[in-house]
Design a protein around this ligand. Structure first.
Ligand SMILES: Nc1ncnc2c1ncn2[C@@H]1O[C@H](COP(=O)(O)OP(=O)(O)OP(=O)(O)O)[C@@H](O)[C@H]1O
Length: 586
């Protein structure tokens, strides 16, 4: 058994070991060892003065392609490993971290003929891809490309107006090249109007796709989930893995996915790159959905939260600061604090008997500014799996003029990638409430809510009812309320719980500010604030007794009035990218 030194000096079993040249070569040679979690690269020639070893964690790798030099005299085969490590922190303030592409190309030249070298390159590429995708292999496995599933096909739905309107630009420059290196085929469709995503997913053949990914804020994913639940075949349809590539202003679910992977809390492009990396790793986790019913009887499925009071007020009122991105919530919070309201209401809930009680406690809609796209459409109507190879061509051309690699026979087939044309669209946000059900519509199917009785009837006797004046009520089921609002640190994707949090009237402005500041780190419960209450529940009902107010479901405004919900454990499936691989936090 071959061993390499692990992070603590311990021996770690190697799955593959080999000595290869590099491209561009410059006469260098390397010893490569592949373990379950990392690629260890040791330079052999020229011999370094000190032991020079590079460890590439597989958690940062998205894919590996084999290449062939067109020059017939070259009997070597090549494989390229594509990684996205975190950049080192720069000294300059605000310089950011983020991930940076780092591709290494190795030259397999141990045999006299190309076929033998190519077989070795294929074996390495297959092993690396298996590990990235979580396909179990060991040193006893006969590693071959046949172990790999066919390339994934993802439907990417992009809201060009989400957040600061950068989704398309970021997707073209960062996401598409990365997922192409991960052998993902995709169709990218830009949404043209609210509810477009919902209509699209109602009409697709789910068997043709391995996942639906919203390149947007949380609002578009909400539409995807509800569109799936509105299908007659919702039971099968809702099992299609869904994912998010955050380009909105709240990005709560992306914040939760990032946190679940053990990554540092980040915003903007850094969060997008983390989520794109996790998407390439494919692992899927069950996701709880909460069936929410409003006064008119409309029913929808929510994956984030129901909010009333301070949080929904800030969310909806800060729409006018949308151009600021995530900072809109900070400004909205300050404005709301200046005129803090309390709301009288009756809150009833079914406590989750078996859930560990936690200490007491406590997202958005897209506006197209003028209907114009921030970007012109780029010429991307081609097979995008060419992209990685083009970059390699650069590497070859740039350094040495002669060889031009082309995909070797075992490289993935070209992606059936396309981008549908951007719409010409103008959207004027209406100030009023959404129609009955707002974020949801009565057509939605799904499992029965066996814990709920109709809104017109009293709640069952086993429920607890609190009537009080509230600053806010928040029924949250994910850890994050926004990418940097770690509101419910104890929440898990599939814990089967609604974390009911509320803040009662009487809290001072200063205490409320302290709570929100602490929420960035998720330490607000540690403040032991007596006005803050948290109860894990299976179902809840909120009956506002104050005549006017704002209610949101997953950050989208719904009709104001009595509202109730119950959790359906693990009903959907979320691409979280974390299975057995642990993402390095750098
Ligand atoms: N082309 C479009 N023009 C206008 N609105 C759209 C378009 N496509 C989708 N929408 C609507 O915009 C809403 C919000 O979009 P999204 O969630 O992507 O962005 P966001 O609100 O900035 O982000 P977050 O929800 O994370 O705060 C969606 O619910 C959808 O109904």
């Amino acid at each position: 058994m071959n061993l390499v030194l692990g992070p603590y000096g311990e021996g770690v079993e190697t799955l593959l070991h080999g000595e290869f040249g590099a491209y561009p070569s410059k006469g260098s040679r390397y010893a490569l060892s592949l373990t379950q979690t990392a690629l260890h690269i040791q330079r052999l020639v020229p011999k370094p003065e000190t032991d020079q070893r590079t460890v590439v964690p597989l958690a940062e790798v998205v894919g590996c392609h084999t290449l062939r030099n067109r020059a017939s005299a070259d009997r070597a085969a090549y494989f390229s490993v594509y990684a996205y490590p975190l950049k080192k922190r720069k000294v300059a303030v605000g310089s950011g971290r983020g991930r940076q592409r780092a591709a290494r190309t190795f030259q397999v030249d141990g045999a006299d003929d190309y076929e033998k070298n190519q077989a070795v390159a294929e074996k390495w590429a297959a092993a690396i891809k298996c590990l990235v995708l979580g396909i179990p292999i060991s040193s006893d496995t006969d590693i071959a490309p046949s172990l790999l599933p066919r390339p994934r096909r993802l439907l990417l739905l992009l809201n060009p107006f989400g957040g600061r309107g950068l989704a398309l630009q970021w997707c073209q420059t960062h996401v598409l090249p990365m997922i192409t290196e991960a052998d993902i085929s995709f169709n990218l469709i830009q949404t043209e109007r609210p509810n477009h995503a919902r209509e699209l997913v109602k009409g697709i053949n789910v068997a043709e796709w391995d996942g639906i990914v919203a390149v947007s804020g949380d609002g578009l994913l909400y539409e995807v989930l509800n569109g799936l639940m509105e299908r007659p075949d919702w039971k099968q349809a809702i099992k299609i893995p869904v994912g998010i590539l955050p380009s909105g202003s709240g990005n709560a679910l992306a914040g939760a996915i990032n946190c679940n992977a053990g990554l540092e809390q980040v915003l903007g492009l850094e969060l997008l790159l983390n989520c794109a990396l996790l998407l390439c790793h494919a692992a899927v986790t069950p996701l709880d959905l909460v069936a929410v019913t409003t006064a008119s009887g409309a029913r929808c499925f929510s994956c984030l939260s129901v909010a009333w009071g301070f949080i929904s007020d800030v969310d909806i009122e800060s729409e006018k600061y949308r151009h600021m991105g995530a900072a809109r919530f900070t400004l909205g919070t300050l404005v709301r604090l200046a005129s803090m309201h309390t709301y009288r209401g009756r809150l009833s809930y079914l406590p989750a008997a078996d859930a560990t009680a936690h200490r007491p406690i406590s997202r958005s809609i897209t506006v197209a500014p003028n209907g114009r796209l921030p970007l012109q459409r780029l010429p991307l109507h081609r097979a995008l799996s060419d992209m990685g190879l083009c970059e390699e061509r650069h590497a070859f051309w740039g350094a040495e003029p002669a060889p031009v690699p082309c995909p070797s026979p075992g490289s993935p087939p070209p992606s059936s990638a396309s981008i549908l044309p951007p719409p010409s669209f103008s959207f004027e946000p209406g100030p009023g409430e959404l129609p009955a059900g707002g974020a949801g519509e009565a057509r939605v199917g799904g499992p029965p809510d066996e814990l709920l009785v109709p809104l017109g009837q009293p709640v069952p006797g086993s429920w607890v009812t609190v009537e009080d004046d509230f600053v806010l009520v928040l029924a949250i089921y994910q850890s994050h309320l926004g990418a940097d609002l770690f509101a419910a640190p104890f929440a898990r994707f599939d814990d089967g719980l609604i974390h009911l949090c509320f803040i009662k009237a009487g809290i001072s402005r200063a205490a409320l500010v302290r709570l929100f500041l602490a929420m960035e780190k998720g330490s607000h419960f540690e403040q032991e604030c007596p006005h803050l209450v948290h109860v894990p529940v299976r179902a809840f009902r909120l009956e506002p007794l104050t005549r006017k107010g704002i209610l949101t479901v997953d950050g989208e405004r719904v009709e104001y009035g009595p509202i109730q919900g119950q959790v359906h454990r693990g009903l959907a499936r979320l691409i979280t990218g974390v299975d057995r691989l642990k993402i390095a936090t750098g």
